[in-house]
Design a protein around this ligand. Structure first.
Ligand SMILES: Cc1cc2nc3c(=O)[nH]c(=O)nc-3n(C[C@H](O)[C@H](O)[C@H](O)COP(=O)(O)OP(=O)(O)OC[C@H]3O[C@@H](n4cnc5c(N)ncnc54)[C@H](O)[C@@H]3O)c2cc1C
Length: 667
């Protein structure tokens, strides 16, 4: 507990002695690279600028061409007359009643995070509003007040001393906005504190300072990283409508797979309407509407949330089964796609990629992009289309981040251009043992293993179109991803569907995909691998080419890590990503569940999902062990995963539970 005014006072006092200068009461008008213009002080030069303008952060960002998606909302609390409360009372939170209550000089302060908030357009907030307040709105606050009186009956006869209504800013996903703006070097942001800015200020300030000083975040901060946002998220209508929902999410139940209800339908694949007609239940990712599962006929495509198996469990199981035994079609158009081309494209990409992309045209390479510490910045495929043309395909959620990483690591004098072609291509992913037979009906091209091996890309005829077919998989079966210019995709889709019936084709969604990839132990960037995990720890050493000419970013760090191995008893790393299968098939795993080893917590799950072929819940997570996480250590230890306070026995494995030798992928 601290008094924020006192902390600010101390900072102000320290400013003079610590070699810093504090200028207050001045409006920053044009922050730009290397300097900040202030109306009364002309120019303040600064190597680094941090936009921490609170609910004005969006506008201050705009001045510098930086997207800071946040929107103000009104936040309400009341303070009662003095009712003699002791100062030792703890803060009370009642999420189901949307309220919090705390003692305030003998009075009770009651505030709320209601399910439908009142967004406040910035043009209705005067510039000199700092520390100001808005008009009362009893009608809006009343339902929360009734909830409070139900929970704390003493409030019924306590007089109201103060009604307070002040603004705070909210982000589209209720998480802070921290880090260096992808649009402008040395321009950092610390804003969007979603009504917990006082309690979070110390931590946010600490990590941001370290980020600025070191050039990278001290821990995995992807959740809060400004690079997760897309430019459309700065759209004022999108922000206003989402803010109605995001304030209340502070106290709402965080159901697994919960989807936002506002500002939906922003980015739709060209297959969207067709998928909708066939029962798709959509989820949102970076604005994209993606089919998460398909409701069987005569059932509603609507989530019924629960921590247990949800209403889509069986439908998704059938989609999973189709991919394993027959064939399934996934709309993967939300993949981010960049064309990297130019005389130096191979050289530049080979420095950025840990794997070797100096391959013949038509070859696709699975690779990580590493930072200087060997941490994984991205996990993607690079396909050489022509001598000087490469296609980079990465996760939709990483589109802005990966583009910024590419941009940052292309030397100024390199002859390379990067074009984001995400919107230009739909991706139809046809996966399963029947995929060859099905696609062969639609193309005269030879799809045999000899003519079209795994990891290859070829332009093929399909339907009336020509499209790029990439033999890759995230589900662990024979299959092709078809990259078609968007206007051709609907016809290709119709033809695949028409031809698919006799092959047992099913449309499949993201939940089935997740279940399939978990069985194959395929990693998911942002969960299982982030910028603080190395490929060696993540079991991705097979996709690192240590001896390629010219090296790659992160190589030295990985070499050091390899050297450290010799210091462990077992000769293996102390931290490794391990797969788990629950012995009891009932409990559900999502992520963050503690991993117990011989009665000690040794890590937590980064991903969890039911594996329908294995028949139980699967998880993966990093396990730490001083003597090295060896196969012998795993086999001789007792592992349990904690779910809702109960521990369940779990079988550990360094390899995938399904087809560990990937024979099915190469058939
Ligand atoms: C009623 C209410 C109760 C709250 N209670 C709590 C609580 O109990 N616990 C908690 O953790 N959080 C609480 N919060 C939230 C907390 O106050 C905010 O999250 C926090 O103040 C945000 O800090 P900030 O530094 O991002 O923005 P701010 O505190 O808004 O600071 C931004 C500053 O930037 C200045 N500025 C803007 N534009 C310019 C410009 N162009 N030039 C110069 N200066 C500029 C503004 O004048 C302002 O001083 C509450 C908020 C409200 C409204």
């Amino acid at each position: 507990i601290f008094e924020n005014m006192r902390v600010c006072g101390i900072e102000t006092k320290n400013a003079g002695t610590s070699g810093t200068r504090q200028v207050s009461g001045v409006k920053v008008e044009v922050p730009s690279l290397g300097s900040g213009e202030a109306s009364e002080l002309k120019t303040i030069s600064a190597e680094i600028v941090v936009n921490c303008a609170g609910l004005w952060g969006h506008q201050v960002g705009e001045m510098a061409g930086v997207n800071v998606p946040l929107h103000a909302a009104e936040h309400f609390y009341i303070v009662t007359e003095n009712i003699g409360l002791p100062s030792t009372l703890p803060v009370l939170r009642d999420p189901s009643g949307w309220i919090y209550a705390k003692e305030d000089a003998g009075k009770m302060l009651v505030g709320c995070f209601e399910p439908k908030s009142k967004p406040r357009p910035l043009n209705t907030i005067p510039e000199d509003f700092s520390f100001g307040q808005f008009e009362e709105d009893w009608e809006h606050f009343e339902p929360a007040m009734l909830n409070a009186m139900h929970r704390i009956p003493k409030l019924e006869d306590a007089g109201i001393h103060t009604f307070f209504n002040g603004p705070e800013s909210f982000t589209p996903d209720d998480r802070y906005i921290l880090g260096e703006a992808p649009e402008l070097k040395n321009f950092y942001v610390a804003a969007g504190l979603n009504s917990i800015g006082i309690q979070s200020a110390g931590g946010a300030g600490k990590v941001l300072s370290e980020w600025i000083v070191n050039g990278y975040p001290p821990i995995d901060l992807w959740d809060a990283d400004i690079r997760r946002f897309h430019s459309f998220q700065g759209n004022s209508r999108y922000l206003k409508e989402r803010t109605e929902e995001s304030l209340g999410l502070l106290y709402a139940m965080h159901w697994p797979f919960r989807q936002p209800e506002t500002s939906r339908g922003v980015r739709k694949s060209v297959l969207h309407d067709r998928l909708e007609k066939t029962g798709a239940c959509f989820g949102e990712m970076s604005g994209w509407e993606r089919a998460n599962w398909f409701a069987p006929q005569r059932t509603e495509a609507r989530y019924e949330y629960s921590y247990a198996r949800q209403n889509w469990f069986e439908a998704s199981a059938a989609e999973h089964q189709a991919a394993r035994e027959k064939v399934a079609l996934f709309d993967m158009s939300s993949f981010a796609k960049f064309v990297v081309q130019g005389r130096d494209a191979e050289k530049v990409l080979n420095r950025i990629c840990a794997n070797d992309v100096a391959v013949p045209s038509g070859k696709a390479v699975y690779t990580s992009w590493l930072n200087e510490r060997g941490g994984i910045e991205s996990d993607l495929t690079v396909t050489r289309l022509q001598e000087n043309v490469f296609l980079v395909v990465t996760a939709g959620a990483s589109q802005i981040r990966d583009l910024a990483w590419l941009d940052k690591n292309i030397p100024d004098d390199a002859h390379v251009t990067v074009t984001d072609v995400t919107s230009g291509y739909a991706v139809l992913s046809v996966m399963g043992p029947e995929s060859r037979n099905l696609l062969s009906k639609l193309t005269p091209d030879d799809l045999s293993n000899e003519a079209f091996p795994f990891g290859n890309a070829q332009e093929i005829e399909i339907g009336y179109a020509r499209a790029l077919a990439l033999r890759m998989t995230y589900v662990g079966e024979l299959g092709w991803e078809i990259y078609a210019p968007t206007e051709f995709a609907q016809d290709i889709y119709d033809k695949i569907l028409a031809a698919g019936t006799e092959h047992g084709l099913k449309l499949a969604g993201m939940h089935a995909l997740n279940s399939l990839r978990m069985e194959k132990a395929f990693r998911h960037w942002g969960h299982d691998i982030v910028d603080e995990d190395t490929p060696l720890e993540a079991g991705l050493g097979f996709a690192v080419k240590f001896d390629k000419p010219g090296g790659f970013i992160g190589r030295e760090a990985l070499m050091r890590q390899k050297d450290e191995l010799s210091k462990t008893k077992s000769g293996v790393l102390k931290k490794r990503l391990v797969q788990f299968a629950l012995e009891n098939p009932e409990p559900m795993l999502y992520h963050n569940e503690p991993i117990w080893c011989n009665n000690k917590i040794v890590g937590d799950l980064t991903s969890g999902m039911y594996g329908h072929t294995i028949g139980t819940c699967l998880g993966m997570g990093y396990v730490s062990h001083e003597d090295g996480v060896s196969k012998e250590f795993l086999e001789s230890s007792v592992f349990e995963i904690e779910v809702a306070g109960e521990r369940y026995g779990a079988r550990p494995s360094l390899r995938a539970f399904y087809d560990p030798k990937s024979k099915r992928v190469r058939m």
